[in-house]
Design a protein around this ligand. Structure first.
Ligand SMILES: [Zn+2]
Length: 84
């Protein structure tokens, strides 16, 4: 299996990705930190960049893999799998 086949099969990369890398990542459903642009332009130190999930700096997300962590992911993606 080629690296390209692996990427398309297991990482679900778009078959025809946009040339713009940001557009490619957005097409995969990425959620960005609200501070990413300020960080990328050198205006904000990484220590002050808010987490894309919990939106705190520094990050204080629940431990990875816990129900609270997945609930936060669902919240940021506008999903409500529990139907509450
Ligand atoms: Zn966080």
């Amino acid at each position: 299996m080629s690296a390209e086949d692996f990427t398309r099969t297991f990482i679900a990369a778009p078959a025809d990705p946009p040339a713009d890398p940001v557009a490619s990542v957005n097409q995969l459903g990425a959620v960005w930190s609200p501070d990413f642009d300020a960080y990328a332009s050198g205006q904000l130190d990484i220590s002050r960049v808010r987490c894309a999930l919990c939106q705190h700096a520094p990050c204080d997300c629940p431990p990875f893999g816990t129900p609270g962590y997945f609930a936060l992911i669902d919240l940021r993606h506008g999903r409500n799998p529990a139907g509450a």
